[in-house]
Design a protein around this ligand. Sequence first.
Ligand code: G
Ligand code: G
Ligand code: MN
Ligand code: NA
Length: 250
Amino acid sequence: RRLEHELRFAIAKQELSLVYQPQARTNSREIVGFEALVRWHHEERGPVPPSVFIPIAEEYGLILQIGEWVLRQACKEAARWERPLSVAVNVSTAQLHSPNFVRITREILMQTGLPPSRLELEITETALIRDPGRALIALRQLKELGVRIAMDDFGTGYSSLTNLLAFPFDKIKIDGSFIKSVHVNRHAATIVRAVLGLGHGLELPVLAEGVETEEELAFLCAESCQEAQGYLLGKPQAIEKYLHVTTDRS
Ligand code: G
Ligand code: G
Ligand code: MN
Ligand code: NA
């Protein structure tokens, strides 16, 4: 059977789940939130990575359904965390451009009781390109709900600087590829410093992705990067590895 066919039934068969990766302050390492990342455990194939099935979902028109499941599940779960930390959810191009996305997000927030201020939506620059006017309207309406918007994978897309001015972002996430190179290639360090300067100038907090070593974290701390995410601070895992969750459903 083809993967595309089986992905259609993954939600109903309860084969999808979420793992969470901590986002922490660089100076204190205090966890301030988690990024939700979807996982598919196929009954026969075992785990199928999102780098494989998300593109398939996008190609075969399944991403709206999967994206909605992810958003609802992340909000439902976060509402039961012992501490009111933020939850970041990835939003695909098709979701952002869907005429129903803002309404669905509002309904999910109401139904799960998650305060909108705890939800952060991660949008890549690539997702803005299809119809920038439509994307801008959606982002403004989402901000009116009280959710925050982060620019994901910053530095890997197109015309980043224009996008920072034209769209109402609340945070910049520097792509992990720049962090990996910081101690290998001095030009990567220059780029990271430039993005941090941009963030400070625009009063946007910056989060560095893919932080794997103490050296990288020390560099980011010294350069006043506020937040970091990466294997050094925690891998994507079941939330119970990081937090107590209440079972009270009242
Ligand atoms: O989770 P990983 O650790 O393997 O993620 C691989 C890629 O899949 C990343 O680019 C990540 O943004 C994407 N991804 C993970 N979870 C989701 C999701 O819920 N929705 C979307 N659209 N992309 C996701
Ligand atoms: O594209 P996005 O940033 O949403 O996806 C995050 C991806 O980065 C996931 O695949 C996640 O597993 C991966 N990731 C998270 N932390 C690290 C890290 O420290 N190093 C590497 N190589 N990948 C990471
Ligand atoms: Mn992301
Ligand atoms: Na990213």
